[in-house]
Design a protein around this ligand. Sequence first.
Ligand code: PEP
Ligand code: MN
Length: 337
Amino acid sequence: MIIVMKPHASKESVDAVVNVVKSKGLSAHLSTGEEVTIIGVVGDKTRLAGQNLEIFPEVDKIVAVTESYKLTNRKFHPEPSRVKVKNTEIGPDTLTIMAGPCAIESRDQLINTAMAVKEAGATILRGGAYKPRTSPYSFQGLEEEGLKYMKEAGEITGLATICEVIGTKSINAAVKYVDMIQIGTRNMQNFNLLKEAGQSGLPVMLKRGMSATIDEWLNAAEYIVAEGNPNVVLCERGIRTFETSTRNTLDISAVPVLRARTHLPIIVDPSHASGVRSYIAPLSRAAIACGADGLMIEVHNNPACALSDGPQSLTHEQFAALTEELRPYAKLSGRNF
Ligand code: PEP
Ligand code: MN
């Protein structure tokens, strides 16, 4: 449930309500807006039986939150969240572009592409060091060696960095080298991994499971936040449908649906959603128009020779042309880019 305080309620009266909630063994999460403070209560509400919180003079109303996800729920935190990653922020004021190769293949390849995407306006460098491939015989990633190149590329360019993690070993390595971790579509409901990501101290981008409903996705995000890590970003990357013309189907309606249900920032990945290079620009424009806070785009110095996802990867030149094309769209949506 949430306890909505009256506009400009004093700190003393907010503290008094919080103390009652905590004294019953429940946790209280404050969301302080410009006028109104909301206290989100998590735990067994029956413990508040007989405790009429509405009699506190500055309590306006008490609203039940029926959804099972609470901390990620927009009712708990009506303002959109901002997630800081190194020197950049993902949130309502900016259009964040994450770009880079699907997989880190070598030091030179990564640094070369990092410089190109930085030049074109990306602020976060992506690249997989642990690749969850469909076939066990496909390239599995450079693992810790790749993370070291990521750190170096971040230092050279000033870009923040993001890498996918797939288990305890990769989380423990990632915290030493990167600024943000990614949980991929295949692991969206790997609940142990979600908990460990929540404990890692790093911001997390949670990609949508390829067959997950939005409800399941928000509950997965709740696992991370419930570990005390509020820095979670969601990434729509396409879902499985009957359509085979594209690799997945970009569920563009997920953007406004998420916006209505959660305060977490929303990224769209048109690369994995479409699997086709030429569809990335129109889908990127659609994502911005729908209110996405950013895009994740795969870029390779030589897509024809990429070890994974070459057909959907943009060349350096195509990526630079794309970001130029997107600038007016970002401006129209009131976002800095
Ligand atoms: C990726 O971003 O590299 C990736 C593997 O994406 P997804 O988990 O969405 O397939
Ligand atoms: Mn990929």
